[in-house]
Design a protein around this ligand. Structure first.
Ligand SMILES: Nc1ncnc2c1ncn2[C@@H]1O[C@H](COP(=O)(O)OP(=O)(O)O)[C@@H](O)[C@H]1O
Ligand SMILES: [Mg+2]
Length: 290
């Protein structure tokens, strides 16, 4: 991909205040591409940069259904990021229906970035912006919780107006508005599904079949495991040790058999069940309807 950089991006005066930089826009606004570009600008200034990928659908820094933090060591070709990761589970590929989890994850990942010494935290959001879908309160709540140094909006048409109109008149956050690049390539739902399957396949390429004993471990919401259900295997702080796919549940043996990446079993605290089924051969996902 050749990056197209609109003139207003180049002229952007980089926000310097404390607090993360929140990048918002609709689906296919080029948010993740812009975030990568912005990270490069801060790195050039010698800043320690962290990226938070808050989109559990078209995640860049981790597998789908998760939110991710990377302490950026270097930006590589193909928009890849080198650097340490922290991961939290959403359990779904849209923030809808898991809004509270998304908000909590946002705060926990941004504070982890700070604790790890990041000077600039850039937060890439999901494209959920429609008020009817909860997008307005999701973004306004993020502004309230994270107290960003700036909110950068990638605008196309009027879609962000319900969010931007109140923020422009408020002193909560400086709002910077940038045009969407005409080079953006929109993705249809089938392309998005294929992207997720590819990302899951890449993630589970390093997975093994593991038997996980359930005694002394929490299961959220309750120990009812569906075959192929996606599970977040969390440590006691709520960070992901691995994702898992349920292969079989053995209630008599108080154990569940999972496809998961190897992890230190003694650190496993909670099995957090997702609303998603992931086929362990094709890695296509389907919504779990209980
Ligand atoms: N400035 C740009 N120059 C070239 N290609 C772009 C640019 N912005 C986005 N794209 C392309 O458009 C697609 C969607 O962009 P992306 O950044 O993933 O959007 P979003 O994160 O808002 O969903 C990607 O294939 C990306 O390579
Ligand atoms: Mg994106």
């Amino acid at each position: 991909m050749t990056l197209h950089i609109p003139a207003p991006w180049q002229e952007l005066h980089l926000p310097q205040g404390p607090g993360p930089i929140l990048v918002i826009g609709g689906p296919d606004a080029g948010k993740s591409t812009f975030v990568h570009y912005l990270a490069g600008r801060y790195l050039e200034m010698g800043r320690r940069v962290a990226l938070v990928d808050g989109d559990p659908g078209q995640s860049r820094l981790g597998p789908p259904a998760t939110m991710n933090l990377a302490l950026v060591e270097a930006l590589e070709s193909g928009e890849r990021v080198r650097g340490l990761r922290w991961r939290r589970f959403v359990g779904h590929v849209s923030p809808r229906g898991r809004m509270l989890v998304v908000l909590v994850n946002a705060v926990r990942l941004v504070s982890m970035a700070r604790r790890q010494g990041a000077e600039t935290v850039i937060y890439d959001t999901s494209g959920l912006i429609r008020p009817a879908h909860g997008g307005l309160y999701l973004k306004l709540s993020k502004v309230d919780l994270l107290r960003p140094a700036a909110l950068i909006a990638l605008r196309q048409g009027q879609e962000l107006e319900p969010i931007l109109a109140p923020l422009r008149s408020s002193r909560r956050v400086p709002v910077l508005e940038l045009p969407v690049s005409p080079a953006v390539r929109p993705r249809d739902p089938a392309t998005r599904r294929r992207y997720r399957a590819r990302r899951f396949a890449g993630y589970f390429a390093r997975a093994q079949t593991l038997t996980v004993p359930l005694v002394g471990r929490a299961v959220i919401p309750e120990p009812a495991f569906y075959p192929h259900q996606l599970v977040g295997l969390e440590d006691r702080h709520g960070f992901l040790l691995s994702l898992g796919i349920v292969l079989s549940y053995r209630p008599q043996r108080h154990a569940v058999e999972l496809l998961a990446r190897p992890f230190p079993m003694e650190r496993l605290d909670t099995l957090h069940l997702g609303d998603l089924l992931v086929d362990p051969r094709t890695f296509e996902d389907h919504r779990l309807r209980r």
